[in-house]
Design a protein around this ligand. Structure first.
Ligand code: HEC
Ligand code: HEC
Length: 339
């Protein structure tokens, strides 16, 4: 009898244990299902229409890329291309005030404004140049050769003298720029070419606000007086000047506020890319107004813009075909003006 009792108790305990186990198992499965569900919901909050990633990436036009370096031919042509690249990247080492070849420019490098030797997306790159020159330009009222366009930047942005058209240096710069753009067809507009435009403001660009932007976001590299910082060897700038005697002159492309704002918004402070700007549109226009109101070399440009109707709205010197003041042409607002 006693034996039977113990047996029944034993069975009862075993059954209880089994039920307890089963209960735990059900609870575990329940919890897990609950957490997995929550987790999935958390990751896709209310989004039942998710597109597969591939369809998003195919919708974006790929950015222009320079040709692969393996396309640089061997021999004389390849040597010229590589010398041209070096001249663009470190112009001052060859052609600056302490240059090893000639002393014909202000110490800046072409690359200071045509970033990564003219290859950076929206970093004022040369993607379009080879396919678009010779081209008619209203500034000179003539069909400009590539030679003429390069000379312009030497005389204005580098406030200097252009190398002779038959020189090894000019031939090399042309060879490099032609190679860079060799995969772009005439009439094609590659994504990321040149300088990205910044939306126009409905007020004039404000140099006092721009001064604050400069102090906070630019001065640490470009200096309190915009003078830049020379490399310790005294030949080339580590941080190029933004105004003063060694900067671009008032006939340069950057002296126009729209070019300056577009270049700076998508490239400065140094390290910024077109898809990660730090400055707002207003800050870009205002800092452009501040910097382009500081003293810099002057170049006689009375022969430019033969047809004054062709002057861009932000060209800062009269006479104009419209009645807006020189001040409004320099600082805006441009919204009501002809483009
Ligand atoms: C201070 C800045 C600056 C420097 C330095 C500079 N450039 Fe430029 N360059 C510009 C700007 C801005 C433009 C666009 C101007 C415009 O659209 O009006 C430009 C345009 C050009 C173009 C025509 C681009 C096109 O798509 O039509 C060429 C070619 C060029 N530069 C070559 C050079 C070379 C070569 C050097 C060095 C010797 C140089 N630049 C130095 C600012 C600069
Ligand atoms: C971290 C350092 C740094 C800061 C901060 C910085 N820059 Fe620059 N900036 C550079 C360097 C370096 C270059 C030249 C790039 C090259 O040669 O590759 C340059 C080039 C430029 C140029 C073209 C060349 C010239 O001298 O005209 C302009 C314009 C410019 N910066 C404006 C600005 C403005 C405006 C700001 C503030 C919003 C700014 N930078 C902040 C480092 C800096």
């Amino acid at each position: 009898m006693e034996h039977n009792d113990r047996k029944t108790q034993h069975y009862k305990r075993t059954i209880f244990k089994l039920f307890a186990c089963l209960f735990m198992l059900v609870m575990l499965i329940g919890f897990e299902t609950f957490f997995v569900c929550c987790h999935t919901l958390w990751r896709q909050p209310g989004n039942t229409n998710r597109q597969p990633v591939t369809s998003i990436s195919t919708a974006i036009t790929p950015l222009w890329q320079p040709p692969a370096v393996t396309t640089i031919p061997a021999g004389e042509k390849g040597t010229a291309i590589l010398y041209g690249q070096a001249l663009i990247a470190a112009t001052a080492r060859y052609l600056g005030p302490k240059g090893s070849v000639l002393h014909i420019s202000n110490g800046m490098n072409c690359q200071n404004c045509h970033l990564r030797a003219g290859t950076k997306p929206f970093g004022n790159n040369y993607s379009l140049v080879a396919a678009s020159y010779p081209k008619f330009r209203a500034r000179s009222n003539s069909s400009e050769s590539l030679n003429k366009r390069i000379s312009d930047c030497f005389e204005r942005s580098l406030n200097g003298i252009a190398p002779d058209s038959t020189s090894k240096e000019m031939m090399a710069i042309k060879a490099y720029i032609e190679w860079l753009g060799s995969e772009v067809k005439k009439g094609e507009q590659p994504e990321g070419a040149g300088i990205k435009k910044v939306a126009l403001l409905s007020r004039p660009a404000d140099m006092d606000k721009g001064h604050k932007v400069y102090t906070q976001q630019c001065q640490s590299c470009h200096g309190a007086s915009g003078e830049g910082v020379l490399h310790t060897d005294g030949t080339v700038y580590t941080y190029p000047p933004l105004w003063g005697p060694n900067s671009y002159n008032d006939a340069a492309g950057l002296y126009r506020l729209s070019n300056f704002a577009g270049y700076v918004k998508y490239n400065m402070p140094f390290g910024v890319d077109y898809d990660s700007p730090k400055l707002t549109d207003e800050e870009a226009w205002d800092v452009a107004a501040f910097i382009n109101s500081q003293p810099r070399p002057h170049k006689d440009q009375s022969a430019d813009w033969h047809d004054i109707k062709q002057k861009p709205a932000d060209f800062p010197f009269g006479p104009y075909a419209d009645n807006f003041s020189e001040n409004q042409h320099k600082y805006g607002p441009y919204k009501t003006m002809q483009p």
